[in-house]
Design a binder for this molecule. Structure first.
Ligand code: GLY
Ligand code: MN
Ligand code: MN
Length: 448
């Protein structure tokens, strides 16, 4: 048996035989990081959920992503201790608790890679770890500041090395990310099939969750399920429970988690085939695929972002929304009003994964001037996983000053036709390889 069901009722798997090589690579990254920072050991604490204010209920637990990088099953009050040349040690919380379900017993396929020390309470295991100057501690559990010197907790250089290590994915991580795309693609399809007048955003969200088989706290981010003008709100999560009187458009930006790894997928749909909004969706879909095709080793992601603006400008001109050539649209900042967010970001254990804005030495790489929201400025290398998510929106707050300044540049009828539809975004998750990019999301849709 070399496969595991990652999600109990999903007909999808990850290949667990890839995990030992993943962990070996992480130990190499950690050893190099230790030697660079002058520490001898790292303790990575999984975290612990705090209580709501004046309450005895807990905020949902979110694992420290560095812990999740090493350990595929996640529970609170655990720690991984790494020391060069040693088998990693896992301090595993196994409480005697008749109020809550016990954490699952560790499965041999991953647990055999660690020396395991079980403990029952939340903190006394920390006393087994010598707080010498050679120790670095990664985490944010409040117990850590009580137990360790401040200088030992999250030392910047070591943390940066770990973040950089996470930017290139192992085969194990790619298989988890592929599974995350597969789970989300099936759920996206269920929502597309259910789109109809009378459906509310909240009802579509429930359809998504049921099809993905994931509850809210398992999803990698709050689902964006937007109808009509709500599609213009970039992070619309105020899902309405009443259906709109008339249906024009749907934008769904939703992912899934697989062993801690995220997918991040957006699709847009018109309720009226052939209308201008449907044509805009087709145009954004086409230019999105052109951008994905350019994802190559050595590509500066900033250039791809600027290229997206050029392609969007050409589409706006071609659809007679803007009556200026692409260069002039870029010069006047017009595309930045229609497409105000970044082209994409790294993806992994976090939906906006770490180290997108620094070079290999940890120095920051500036965003292009006037593009303050871009989350990835690096040159691409094989093993990066990132999103490509161009969009076009009618956001009056951003458009109005340009309409006032350049009234001849716009086709007001076209803008009025698009306004009730809000906007379009198409987002896929893409793996950089030494050759052609692998579009994990399109592959997942094709495999449904
Ligand atoms: N779902 C958030 C984003 O696309 O970045
Ligand atoms: Mn995204
Ligand atoms: Mn998204």
């Amino acid at each position: 048996m070399n496969q595991v069901r990652a999600v109990a009722y999903a007909d999808r798997h990850v290949d667990i035989t890839l995990y030992p090589a993943h962990l070996r690579r992480l130990l190499d990254v950690a050893e190099q990081a230790l030697s660079d920072s002058g520490h001898a050991r790292i303790l990575i604490h999984s975290g612990g959920a705090s209580d709501y204010f004046l309450d005895d209920r807990q905020v949902p637990f979110k694992v420290n992503p560095h812990y999740a990088w090493f350990v595929p099953e996640h529970s609170q009050h655990c720690g991984v201790l790494i020391e060069a040349g040693q088998k990693p040690q896992l301090f595993l919380h196994q409480p005697l608790d008749f109020w809550h379900a016990a954490p699952a017993a560790p499965e041999a396929w991953w647990a055999d890679q660690f020396s395991i020390h079980p403990h029952q309470d939340t903190h006394s295991w920390l006393d087994q770890i010598n707080d010498c100057s050679d120790l670095a501690v990664i985490g944010d559990d409040p117990l850590l500041v009580q137990r360790f010197q401040t200088s030992a907790i999250n030392p910047a250089r070591l943390l940066q090395s770990l973040h950089l290590g996470r930017t290139t994915k192992t085969d194990w991580e790619i298989s988890c990310l592929r599974l995350a795309s597969q789970l989300a693609a099936g759920a996206h399809q269920a929502v597309a099939d259910a789109m109809a007048p009378g459906q509310s955003e909240f009802a579509l969200h429930l359809i998504y969750q049921r099809a993905a088989g994931q509850c809210e706290i398992e999803l990698p981010y709050g689902n964006i399920v937007a109808l009509n003008q709500h599609c213009a709100v970039l992070h619309f999560t105020a899902l309405q429970k009443a259906a709109p009187a008339q249906l024009h458009s749907l934008l769904i930006d939703a992912g899934a988690s697989a062993l801690g790894y995220a997918s991040d997928i957006t699709r847009s749909y018109s309720a009226n085939p052939g209308d201008l909004y449907a044509q805009l969706i087709a145009a954004v879909d086409e230019l999105q695929l052109q951008l994905v095709e350019q994802v190559r080793v050595g590509m500066d992601y900033r250039d791809l972002h600027v290229q997206a603006h050029r392609l969007i400008a050409a589409a706006l001109q071609q659809l007679d929304v803007v009556r200026l050539a692409p260069d002039e649209q870029l010069d006047k900042g017009i595309t930045r009003a229609f497409f105000p967010h970044g082209l994409g970001h790294y993806l992994g254990l976090q939906v906006h994964d770490v180290a997108g804005l620094v070079d290999d030495a940890g120095a920051s790489i500036a965003r292009p001037e006037n593009h303050p929201f871009l989350r990835l400025t690096r040159k691409l290398v094989a093993g990066n996983v990132l999103t490509i998510e161009p969009g076009v929106y009618i956001i009056d707050q951003l458009l109005q000053p340009l309409l006032d300044k350049y009234p001849q540049a716009f086709n007001l009828k076209a803008i009025a036709a698009l306004r009730p539809c809000g906007g379009v975004r198409i987002e896929d998750d893409v793996l950089v390889t030494s050759g052609a990019p692998v579009n994990l999301t399109r592959e997942a849709f094709a495999g449904l």
